[in-house]
Ligand binder design. Sequence first.
Ligand code: LLP
Length: 417
Amino acid sequence: MSGFERRGGELTLDGVSLAQVAQRFGTPCYVYSRSMIEAAFRQFDTGLAGVDHLVCYAVKANSNLAILDALGRLGAGFDIVSGGELARVLAAGQSAGRVIFSGVGKSEAEIRGALAARIKCFNVESEPELERLDALAAEAGVRAPVSLRINPDVDARTHPYISTGLAGNKFGIPHAHALAVYRRAASMANIRVAGIGCHIGSQILETSPMDEALERVLDLVDALALEGIGLEHLDLGGGFGIRYRDETPPDIGAHCARLAARLKGRGFQVMLEPGRAIVGPAGALLTRVEYLKLDKEKRFAVVDASMSELIRPALYESWHDIVAVGPDQGRAAGRYDVVGPVCESSDVLGFDRDLAVAAGDLLAILSAGAYGMVMASNYNSRPRPCEVLVDAGRAIEVRAREGVDSLFALEKRLPPR
Ligand code: LLP
């Protein structure tokens, strides 16, 4: 499925020369493949074809309007976690009726905005949130559709920073309290109980914890039915892992087909919230080597991207493959730490990489489509990079590079004394 391919030795994306993309738009630059994003979405969508379903793309993974637009055209719903993400989805021309709102800290303003927009469902994560939602729905004169996010207490066996379904995580309502909270929700005048959900973590490589979570959620569904609390949908979250180095990602199509078979005939709409698996493999960060710094102890390839553009290696020690974009020129390979210009020792994009590079060469940091640009910052007053979408042989700039002026456009000098 990968659209990253060498042609004449040179790295291309869906047939488009990445050297030309860098030439035209500059570096650092994120580049994405529309066709890879669409193919990944279709794996979920087709896998669930046997049941009524809605695949809600987790906007946090990559929230560029063009990507939201492309996915919306395929019938995607959207999982959001802030008022900002709701605004993006609407700005991308998508309907609020396909939006679900997750997150532990929804503010009053965010809830008001989502109620006014008439989103499909609030994924409620605590009893106090339920109370706030009931009160604000009363104020707005509407009934708020609610799904409780259950913490099923299963181990997703992933990095502790991105594991969310264990007791002791801040996320979700403990499984043992769920019935009581549902009873409360069902008794509230301005709440409509619509669904149930869970999300146990991210970059999950084995689907068995997801299966376990599903069974724990189904136990609750049955217990609720006995009390006369019926549900319209079941949301099993996201978290599907991808290959960064040598991992074997789960077979999405097969997993979804198994889900559909397990849930067929139960009358729910089945929902998923994948982010990374849809956009991660479809993106790369293009960067140019500024200097080769050859110290006694270490060799560094100093590039023009940094932790400001891609923080995952610094934050999670995560691996991204780093490859030369240009053809092999027969140079001897050396072992380098690929580092950025930012003044932090943790500003390393990859340790100990064997690269046959020279200053001025172009590199591609792969599998960077998810949690890349969305986590970029202006640290060290670095303007955020541009984003380019490759679509049917064309390279389209879908976000311009920030200008230096925008770095401090909202700031003010002191008033006169
Ligand atoms: N649904 C909920 C409620 C979530 O919290 C998340 C991710 C997703 C769906 C989408 O998960 P995905 O399919 O993308 O794994 N910044 C980290 C990942 C944080 C994930 C947060 N929640 C990283 O770069 O690895």
